[in-house]
Ligand binder design. Structure first.
Ligand code: ADP
Ligand code: 5GP
Length: 205
């Protein structure tokens, strides 16, 4: 575990662009942890409650909104999705980086609530390839694929609000680019300086 607080990474981009796949690559590093969202969407085949999502009813979700339990929440396509706040804060305090795979509306809410968060946008190489990936994943019906593709451009239009762009053409290249961003961010001056000064002070005592 690192001696400083971890960093919060928001990973957004159109559905099917490869956010989940890139997060899975980043999670091979034990300093990175995934924030499991709550959703009212039905589980897909193979998805595990507590690992992929916390699958809840609309009522349960709205109770959590009421209780102020979310760092951000939004309606995406036809369902509600939200980031449980407590787990994120705890993990950051313990020194882990936390990865949020969330949509752009959620990303912008996180930026407001925690301005030090780092926002990464994952672009597909083309909309044609995005369609191929969404269809290839085989998790959505044809009309849901169309809905997700229809939404892609309005998400991409908000890319200017993000800090980094990665084009997920070749997966290994894209994952390495994401790792480089995390590595570079870990060398940002303010926190590093405080840590280094503390270290020198401790050494002198
Ligand atoms: P998202 O989480 O953004 O909705 P996924 O990670 O589920 O997207 O990826 C959508 C589909 O595209 C999956 O079937 C995944 O295996 C595939 N995929 C992801 N990245 C690439 C890539 N670089 N090249 C080809 N296929 C990819
Ligand atoms: P899916 O249904 O494919 O798992 O996710 C659909 C979209 O919801 C994706 O863009 C994903 O990033 C987003 N999403 C997942 N969890 C959250 C969340 O907690 N908050 C927000 N705002 N979006 C989320």
């Amino acid at each position: 575990m690192s001696r400083t607080k971890g960093k919060l990474y928001v990973i957004s981009g159109p559905s099917g662009t490869g956010k989940g796949t890139i997060c899975a690559e980043l999670l091979k590093d034990k300093h990175n942890e995934f924030s499991v969202s709550m959703t009212t969407r039905d589980p897909r085949e193979g998805e595990v409650h507590g690992k992929d999502y916390f699958f809840v009813t609309r009522e349960e979700f709205l109770d959590n909104v009421e209780a102020g339990n979310f760092l951000e929440h939004a309606q995406v396509f036809d369902n509600l999705y939200g980031t449980p706040k407590d787990m994120v804060i705890k993990r950051l305090d313990r020194g882990y980086n936390v990865l949020l795979d969330i949509d752009v509306q959620g990303g912008l809410q996180v930026r407001k609530a925690m301005p030090e968060s780092i926002l990464i946008f994952i672009l597909p190489p083309s909309l044609k390839e995005l369609r191929r990936r969404l269809e290839g994943r085989g998790t959505e019906t044809a009309d849901k694929v169309e809905k997700r593709l229809g939404q892609a451009l309005s998400e991409i239009k908000l890319i200017g609000e993000y800090d980094y762009i990665i084009i997920n053409d070749d997966l290994e290249t894209a994952a390495n680019e994401a790792r480089s961003i995390i590595e570079a961010e870990s060398h940002r001056v303010p926190e590093a300086v405080r840590g280094i000064i503390r270290e020198y002070e401790n050494e002198l005592q």
